[in-house]
Design a protein around this ligand. Structure first.
Ligand SMILES: O=C[C@H](O)COP(=O)(O)O
Length: 256
């Protein structure tokens, strides 16, 4: 955790979820109500098909709803894409950009991710900018170099702490059940914090740095307690309200 920074517990549903899954969003929206929500933010990013209905379920809840990607342009002939403004129009508050699955499946580059984050800012959305090394990059000792390059390339100049969240997701930890050691997470997050402060000064001190990759109720407490870990980006475990809420509630103890 970082002093004076409000953690964010975020779920990325990826290409999972139909209307039947809205029950889970409803349960999460109810489950995050209460005093903990003043200390900890919560967010679910369902597939785009559920975005509008999901936000309607959260009108009386602190649960925020976001999207998983946006196009870098404000509008136009881009079949199948979503503009940031469309997400905001559905009352979405956040958009994930540069997830490793987008970088791999759609060959997204740091340059493109930065443009998408700029599009998010222009629509008054918070950009959740993902970075992380592959297994080979870690094995060959390149982790910090990769993080440095991705952070420098993907985060726009003028990024603010209010509108920017960094998500560190080691690619090899995503959906595998593997997680880095607490010491490795601490090293990566301390490095990212130092880079953010070097570039953005005070704003860099307050930008949230989430950890993502096989976060579960059973490991959330130790991961979220690490210095400079300001929340989680959760994939698989966010699909079940019970698991998402169990992770969210580790902050009952951590913020006590
Ligand atoms: O965006 C979320 C991450 O890719 C983590 O996914 P996971 O929790 O299923 O490993």
């Amino acid at each position: 955790m970082t002093p004076d920074v409000r953690p964010l517990v975020a779920g990325n549903w990826k290409m999972n979820g139909t209307r039947a899954s809205l029950d889970q969003i409803k349960a999460i929206a109810e489950g995050v109500q209460g005093p903990l929500s003043e200390k900890v933010e919560s967010l679910i990013c369902p597939p785009a098909t559920l975005l509008y209905v999901a936000t309607a379920l959260c009108t009386d809840s602190p649960l925020q709803i976001g999207a998983q990607d946006c196009h870098q342009n404000a509008s136009g002939a881009h079949t199948g894409d979503l503009a940031a403004e469309m997400i905001a129009d559905c009352f979405g508050t956040h958009v994930i950009v540069g997830h490793s699955e987008r970088r791999t499946d759609h060959a997204e580059t740091d340059h493109l991710v930065r443009a998408k984050a700029e599009a998010a800012y222009a629509a008054d959305l918070t950009a959740v900018i993902c970075i992380g090394e592959t297994a080979d990059e870690r094995k060959s000792g390149q982790t910090l170099d990769i993080l440095k390059r991705q952070l420098a390339g993907s985060v726009p100049d003028g990024a603010t702490a209010e509108r920017t969240v960094i998500a560190y997701e080691p690619v090899w930890a995503i959906g595998t059940g593997l997680t880095p050691t607490v010491a490795d997470v601490a090293e990566a997050h301390a490095f990212l914090r130092a880079e953010l402060v070097k570039r953005f000064g005070d704003a860099g001190k307050k930008m949230r740095i989430l950890y993502g990759g096989s976060v579960k109720p059973s490991n959330a407490r130790e991961l979220m307690a690490v210095e400079n870990v300001d929340g989680a980006l959760i994939g698989g475990a966010s699909l079940k309200a019970q698991d998402f809420l169990a992770i969210y509630r580790v902050y009952e103890e951590l913020t006590a």
